[in-house]
Design a protein around this ligand. Sequence first.
Ligand code: AMP
Length: 187
Amino acid sequence: MRLIILGPPGAGKGTQAGRIAEHYGIPAISTGDIFRANIKNETELGLQVQEILASGGYVSDEITNAIVEDRLAESDASSGFLLDGFPRTTAQVVALDEMLAKTGSGVDKVLELVVDNEVVVQRLLKRAEVEGRVDDTEEIIRERMAIYHRETKPLSDAYAERGLLVTVDGEGEVDVVAERILAALGA
Ligand code: AMP
């Protein structure tokens, strides 16, 4: 099963990705987590991207695509994966298609978590308090939402045109949303 989870920052993608990945026995691959781990470990990549993450902007497609290609080449991703936070731009969609075409595979389904804009802003503000994430001040949160709507939201239409999009209401309790997702994926 090769899956993508789409949705605005704060939609609960990371939490739900973990559940879905466990259900299918596939790795959940989060580009945001990869970047944050590199920043924490002060790697060359981490130093390169830390200001971008702190500002709420997107890391370049070139850097991001290379990271994903490396990660998908690892053995645990050979029979399936769930991508969380990638692709985020049209160019990344093309790059992913090319990566998968090399092994004769493709994306099976794209899950979009739909959550009201103000609901996610409030969730992110709460998370900022709890986790102390540097990219979670209100100004940066609003910037991230604007970038999401401009750069990433159009991806759901592109995947819908291919007949791959599965849309799920992401509001409500974590367990309830998880059930909705598995039902929608036909798990
Ligand atoms: P996330 O944890 O998915 O919200 O990602 C946190 C941050 O990492 C984003 O705000 C971006 O700065 C960066 N990032 C994660 N995934 C991507 C991607 N696919 N393309 C560009 N930047 C990304």
